[in-house]
Design a protein. Structure first.
Length: 236
């Protein structure tokens, strides 16, 4: 099970791998990889996040038990990037499958895997990158550590991941998809339009692998595009 930050060695001299499942897929952190373009591409690994998102530490003996335990959702409010304190936008977080099953979610199916990208952060830039990430992910997210399973089947590695757990004050829970789509269409913040975040995530997930698309994300993106087209058509 993922460990919280205070249970892991945070030696600034050690390199680490960062797991990105939201905007980090297409907006990577600074100073990842070796600094050489051709090698940087090799240091970005498309892979699967297949671990339960509990704060307890527990050994999971069987790989198969990890396959259906996580779900990516736009259940996290954003007051600092894609919205404002007065009108928060929506961004993604990860929750346990067992927790999602207790929710009244209008998207009634969940994929077995959540896809993302892992970035290797070189030792001399660890402190700088962690400071950057703590600012970027400050709005309700906390640090956890979990195995990352590369898509090519190579050996899993431990990765650092930022998660907005259900007990954080920015977690808003499920919402009717059409109302959520309208909310996203209307929201914007210092980092731009909320809809652009959703469109970027949808595109990025679909480009990682033939199997990496997410229904929750793609359905919302289609709804927002339809609303946007309707508004533009009405105003033209």
């Amino acid at each position: 099970m993922p460990a919280t930050a205070n249970t892991t060695n945070d030696d600034p001299a050690s390199e680490f791998w960062l797991y990105g499942y939201g905007s980090l897929i297409w907006k990577p952190p600074p100073h990842f990889g070796s600094g050489l373009g051709q090698w940087l591409c090799q240091e970005i690994l498309a892979g699967m996040f297949e671990e339960t998102l509990s704060l307890a530490i527990q050994i999971t003996p069987a790989f198969e038990s990890l396959l259906t335990h996580t779900y990516i959702l736009l259940h996290q409010a954003s007051e600092d990037h894609r919205g404002t304190p007065e009108a928060p936008g929506r961004v993604v977080t990860l929750i346990e499958r067992s927790y999602w099953e207790k929710l009244t979610d209008h998207h009634d199916s969940a994929p077995e895997k959540v896809w993302g990208v892992a970035y290797r952060i070189v030792p001399e830039k660890v402190s700088e990158v962690k400071e950057y990430l703590d600012i970027r992910e400050i709005n309700g997210y906390s640090i956890h550590y979990t195995p990352f399973y590369p898509a090519d089947g190579s050996t899993p590695m431990e990765t650092l991941v930022y998660i907005g757990t259900p007990d954080n004050e920015q977690f808003v829970g499920p919402q009717d998809p059409q109302k959520l789509a309208q909310h996203i269409l209307n929201s914007k913040g210092p980092s731009g339009l909320n809809r652009d975040y959703l469109y970027g995530l949808d595109t990025a997930l679909n480009e990682l692998s033939p199997d990496s698309g997410d229904y929750h994300v793609s359905d919302l993106a289609q709804r927002v595009r339809a609303l946007e087209h309707s508004v533009n058509g009405t105003s033209s």
